[in-house]
Design a protein around this ligand. Sequence first.
Ligand code: ARG
Length: 467
Amino acid sequence: MGARKKKAKKKGAMLRGRFAARIHPALDGINRSYDIDCRMWAEDICGSMAHATMLAEQDIISNAAARRIVRGLEEIAGEFEAGTFKAKKTDEDIHMAVERRLTELIGKDGARLHTGRSRNDQVATDLRLYLHALSLRVAEAVRDVQRVLVALAERDGEMVMPFYTHMQRAQPVLLGHALLAYVEMLARDITHAHYALEECPLGAGAGAGTSFPINRKLTAKLLGFKRPSANSLEAVSSRSDAARVTAGLAGVAVTLSRLGADLVLWTSREFGFARLGDAVSTGSSIMPQKRNPDGAELLRAKATRVTSASQRLFEIQRGLPLGYFKDLQEDKSALFEAEDALMEMLDVAEAMLGDIAFDADRMRAAVEDPSGFLLATEAADFLVRKGVPFREAHESVAALVREAEEAGAGLESLGLDRFRAVHSAFDKSIHAALTPEGALRARRAFGGPSPANVKRAVRRWRNMLLD
Ligand code: ARG
């Protein structure tokens, strides 16, 4: 052994055998991913246990060696759980750290673990296991937010409020309908973040498989996958699953950002629809009276962390030739950043929704404000029910709105003669039809905001969200 080689070895640097010099600190810094990918320690250990078990099953290593490896890995898992695992500066990533520690603990059998495997298939496997667990964690946290929304809809759902198009008051709805809209949006989003274990990359080696008689069906099964992936090059090259799941997380984040935007509006003095509790409100460093919805604003802004992480996961792969490249190592920081931001957002959304009071009077006032003409569609529909074509009815009511606006009055305060002047099909029952309650009761087609529909939807969601 030459003196220079000895020096590289003495520093304990694995994978430096063919080099005469130690790794340059700058390269080491950019190349090292342990601090990020140590988050996948559990997945890495599971993958290694399955691999060792399979190697023994196939007589590639002895049963005794596999037993020692699995026991050693259990011990390492215990160290991670207890927070006592000590990474070394020479541990390039979680895979090298676990393998290094295993060999420290059990000696040369530890060095047999990497038979017929590469970090390329190892990391692809760890990542898929992680995506699966992550998608379950996110789904649970989303359900927590949905539960609070449904509880609010149950408590205050019958309050009447305006809904908006173009940020202009449009028509009356029920608060419950608006809250359940978010429940539905989150339900849709979470289906896009769902990740099932289908194809196991383990056994793809560096990209060209292995010459050992491995049993990929066995490792796939041990790890909970449906089957081994069918092409070793695809297995090590692709991060499309991570990109797809992160895009799903981005969908959830975007919905939360919109909820944040509504909370900002609803809690403003201008709207006055809602008030956040003290614990979920923030103050100002100069204005003593302030009661700010910082949490809601951060829901809006933090969503960009998730959407940009999703974009990064696609961008990292864009233009990459087939095969494994270190570019792909950047996938984890993007995924974990998306995870951290989203989990924080889900927590704060749950906290704010759990401590909010709605102001039924303010919301009703916004509906009944005569200058809003929120019941104009009702007047048009009234004519349609009398046989008038909708376009003609629309035209007549528009003329009526113009007249009322000039008089500074609401539609409902115009006398029957004014109604009949624009269209003879109006009769004395028109005024009774022009109430928010009447409008809402009539909107009972499936998916509409009638009180009966909202009640039914609340019940349906409550049952679906039971533990
Ligand atoms: N740390 C690497 C990653 O996260 C996995 C190791 C593959 N490294 C390699 N030199 N082939 O992608």
